[in-house]
Design a protein around this ligand. Sequence first.
Ligand code: KMH
Ligand code: ZN
Length: 282
Amino acid sequence: MATTPGTLITVAPTGAELSKGDFPQLPTTLEELVETAVACEAAGASMIHLHIRDAEHRPTLDHGHLKAAVDALREQTSLVVQLSTGGSVHDPLEQRLTVLDAEPDSCSLTCGTTNFGDDVFLNPYGFMSDLYVQAQEREVVPEFELFDLGHVAALARLIDAHGLPFGGKVHVDFVTGVPGGMPGTPAALVAGVSMLPAEVTSWSATGIGRTHLPIAAAALAAGGHLRVGMEDNVVFARGVPVQHNRELVERAARLAELMQRPAMSTGDARALLGVKDRRPAA
Ligand code: KMH
Ligand code: ZN
């Protein structure tokens, strides 16, 4: 895996789990998402991982909502736009495949079923395989979400079966600290990194809840990139709630700068990930 001087910072601003009622500062409307994306790009993010909400702030995979968000973010930012195909634990597999119809730059692809708190986040191999092939055909770059060490082996199986994703790069994201998945510890992260198949060209990591900051530090120390955001963590410091996703991106960018791997530009992120340029002509 080639080393990169800069740090790719992905912001995951919303997720599918938290409710607007409990967290009014969670960006759920299109207007809030655009404002968040613009602010986070200015703070150092170069990719956004999106879950979309409906008019009642509930998670939705409705095509119109997804397409409107992709178009608006593409128009008003130069962020790499990644749509979640994980959705919420209640979304049917067939509907999760339709996310690609919104033509994002990138899509998440979780490499296995995992316990998810008291729920089950379902990702049978057949679904992963269909999503992998459809993303290749639609020229969408997958980001492989690894919640557990077994997911690393499943990623190798996918690559062996279907070849490289569109664009020829393989970027993975370790999602650590989910109750039911790998713990958010440097030891678990390093174990995962050591198992990555040779085809992997870059990796990032995030830690859920209180593991957010230590995993960011460990990822930077081990040569990885960062994902931060309210999907993963809503506590900035003990007793201090996150008020805006920008705060988490700013802190990640400061940390990356301190480690002499400053936040990379969206142009560098596009090259790192191998995404197709779908932006409207200027
Ligand atoms: N909301 C989780 C059940 C993804 O975006 O692909 C799944 C998730 C992963 O957030
Ligand atoms: Zn997600």
